[in-house]
Design a protein around this ligand. Structure first.
Ligand SMILES: Nc1ncnc2c1ncn2[C@@H]1O[C@H](COP(=O)(O)OP(=O)(O)OP(=O)(O)O)[C@@H](O)[C@H]1O
Length: 230
């Protein structure tokens, strides 16, 4: 499903190279949920941007469903991101003047899907994430946790191959954080959606069955366990 193969990345500024990722290698199977854990500056955002096709790696390869994304043209990449990848952001990134339902429908508007089908899918997903009754409200009328639920529904509406959640609970209190991670874990198990949760919080990472840890751009741990996560 996702294969990161011998990936290294460095930034070049004014002729000077800053190495950021070193020989990162791992795979994620369909239906898995993993945490990508690392402290600030460890290279998580860079790796996420590479996996989402927002930048090309200096060395190595990233395959999603067998497609090496660094070999795609800009147009292929844009289409790929629109259809195969879902994003959940720390700050929700909802559009304030659209209703909750319209926000969730938006990725399908860009795909030219008809209004009736868009609405059906959005309402189904809003019910799935537990805020079916909020569909006609605006984001500002919702709590942070509810807004993150909207953003989760939006990330799923194109039925992507993989969803990247970038610090999805970074703006939430501990109780709401737990509820949102519970929801992501439930969606992973009931809908078999593949999730990569990027976090600097060990508490969040420990909730998944597999943790990949980055330190100073190196993959220092790839640990899975079969029992119940804590
Ligand atoms: N465009 C750039 N040019 C040079 N160095 C960069 C660039 N972008 C990031 N870096 C460096 O790469 C390293 C990793 O940064 P990155 O943002 O990937 O880390 P992170 O783990 O996501 O941190 P945070 O949790 O704070 O977002 C840092 O040392 C950063 O200074």
């Amino acid at each position: 499903m996702l294969a990161v193969e011998r990936l290294s990345h460095w930034f070049v500024n004014g002729g000077e190279e800053t190495p950021v990722l070193h020989n990162i290698h791992f795979t994620v199977e369909k239906g898995e949920i993993i945490a990508l854990l690392g402290s600030s500056g460890s290279g998580k955002s860079t790796l996420l941007n590479l996996m989402a096709g927002l930048m090309k790696p200096s060395k190595g390869s990233i395959l999603i469903n067998g497609h090496p994304i660094e070999k795609m043209t800009e147009n292929q990449l844009a289409e790929f991101r629109r259809t195969q990848i879902g994003f959940i952001f720390q700050a929700y990134e909802l559009i304030p003047h659209l209703t909750v339902r319209e926000n969730v429908e938006l990725p399908l508007v860009f795909q030219g899907i008809k209004a009736k089908l868009r609405k059906e899918k959005a309402l189904f997903l809003l019910a799935k994430v537990g805020i079916g009754e909020k569909s006609e409200l605006f984001p500002s009328q919702l709590s942070g946790g509810q807004q993150q639920r909207v953003s989760i529904a939006r990330s799923l509406i194109t039925e992507p191959a993989i969803v990247f959640a970038d610090e999805p609970t970074g703006n939430l209190d501990t109780k709401t954080e737990k509820e949102i991670i519970d929801l992501i874990i439930e969606l992973n198990s009931t809908l078999s959606i593949t999730f990569v949760i990027v976090t600097h919080e060990l508490e969040v990472a420990k909730r998944t069955r597999r943790v990949i840890q980055l330190r100073d751009g190196f993959l220092v741990e790839d640990a899975s366990w079969a029992g119940e996560p804590e």
